[in-house]
Ligand binder design. Structure first.
Ligand code: FES
Ligand code: FE2
Length: 415
């Protein structure tokens, strides 16, 4: 008999719950094989930064929004975060498409609202219009766009320039290079069925905003990947509710899932599995390569929202913009529920802005000041950081130097 979705969901959660209980009981954690040194220049080198911006943000599928953000035919959102001006729109046939947000008359920005619903996009410069499947609908005085023989010269101007787009598991992916090919199923691989379990297509957007930090985008991203820092950095905010010593890590190709262990789960040790309430209890992050964190949970215990953090590099290695959106899984139920989710956005933003991103900005300034050849080190519990940095570096064709073979210049203190 084939397993139903509900059974698969429950069994996955139960399996994770058992691993958590084992770790609590044995004071263990999922760990990498060894600690790993990384060269500081990975965060600061302008040449690496340029390669990342091109390879990871223009030539890799990137999450533009959730399917539910453009649920209705004609609903659109602009997507400028990679640097290329793009509009993502659901057509009358239900398909999600993406186009360069460029009018083909003389290049004006076609869609100037950041979101909305339209059957026709009309350029504000001279009034050319396009259907939401990209085909030109009308051009004023079109009969004057002719060649010397009087034939129409519009040709290539009759269809917006398409950019690869695909919708999977409630996520909308865009690869910000026209004419490139995108294989989203190959990209997601075994992570797809895990994302499916989140039922993102039922989630409803409640609040969004932008967090900026004067740091490298990977330094910002790193702060989402490990719970090791909860006890020190988040002493007041997260440490009262979450253990910092247990990581539950699963890698799926370049993507991963990390669960953070709420202290209330310690009570599971004295309970039968059926009484764990495992379906409402698990929180953590899904990392969608290269830049997206989907956080399931809240900075307070017992609540479960979806917060999407999409990190984008700026012009220089020291600028990052994080687009942060909170969703109500299963939709908003009541006005109070909406308020609660809005408050959760504020609470997470407060922790990120006053703690994680302060560390990120100060740390980035420090990395710049360190002598050439300096390194940082990721512990065995910072397993996700190890994988992220190895994978990102390999993907841009600039693999990390083998630090083990090139010991750092500073001698370790004698034990
Ligand atoms: S540039 Fe759009 S109509 Fe002229
Ligand atoms: Fe943090």
């Amino acid at each position: 008999m084939t397993e139903t979705f509900a059974e698969r969901l429950h069994q996955t959660r139960l399996g994770l719950g058992r691993r958590i209980v084992d770790h609590i009981r044995n004071t263990t954690s999922d760990l990498a094989d060894s600690a790993m040194r990384n060269t500081v220049s990975v965060y600061t080198d302008p040449a690496r930064h340029a390669a990342e911006r091109q390879k990871l943000f223009r030539e890799t599928p990137v999450v533009a929004c959730l399917s539910s953000d453009i649920r209705e035919p004609g609903q659109f959102r602009t997507f400028d975060e990679t640097g290329a001006p793009i509009v993502v729109v659901r057509g009358r046939d239900g398909e999600v498409r993406a186009f360069l947000n460029v009018c083909l008359h003389r290049g004006a920005r076609l869609v100037r609202e950041t979101q909305g619903k339209a059957n026709l996009f009309t350029c504000w410069f001279h009034g050319w219009s396009y259907a939401n499947d990209g085909r030109m609908a009308a051009a004023p005085e079109a009969e004057r766009f002719t060649d010397a023989r009087g034939a129409s010269a519009l040709g290539a101007s009759k269809h917006l320039i398409a950019v690869p787009a695909a919708e999977r598991y409630g996520l909308v992916f865009v690869q910000a290079t026209p004419g490139s090919t995108m294989d989203i199923d190959a990209h997601l691989g075994a992570f797809g069925p895990q994302l499916e379990l989140l039922e993102l297509d039922k989630a409803e957007r409640v609040k969004d905003g932008v967090l900026k930090v004067a740091s490298n985008w990977k330094y910002a991203l790193d702060t989402y990947g490990e719970g090791y820092h909860f006890a020190a950095l988040h002493k007041q905010t997260l440490a009262p509710y979450f253990r910092n010593d247990i990581t539950v890590y699963d890698g799926f190709g370049p993507h991963h899932r990390v669960l953070f262990v709420g202290r209330e789960l310690e009570a599971w040790l004295d309970k039968a599995e059926e009484d764990w309430g495992v379906d409402d209890a698990l929180g953590g992050i899904h990392y969608i390569f290269p830049n997206t964190i989907l956080f399931a949970g809240a900075v307070s215990p017992g609540k479960r929202y979806y917060t999407l953090f999409r990190h984008f590099p700026g012009e220089t290695p020291g600028e990052t913009t994080t687009y942060k959106t909170i969703y109500a899984p299963g939709g908003v139920k009541t006005a109070e529920h909406r308020k609660e989710v809005e408050d959760a956005w504020d609470a997470t933003a407060h922790v990120v802005a006053t703690e994680d991103y302060v560390v990120s900005a100060e740390g980035y300034r420090n990395l710049i000041a360190m002598p050439a050849g300096s390194t940082v080190i990721y512990g065995r519990q910072e397993i996700s950081l190890q994988n992220v940095h190895r994978t990102l570096a390999a993907a841009i064709g600039m693999p990390l130097p083998d630090i083990a073979a090139n010991p750092p210049p500073l001698k370790e203190a004698a034990e």
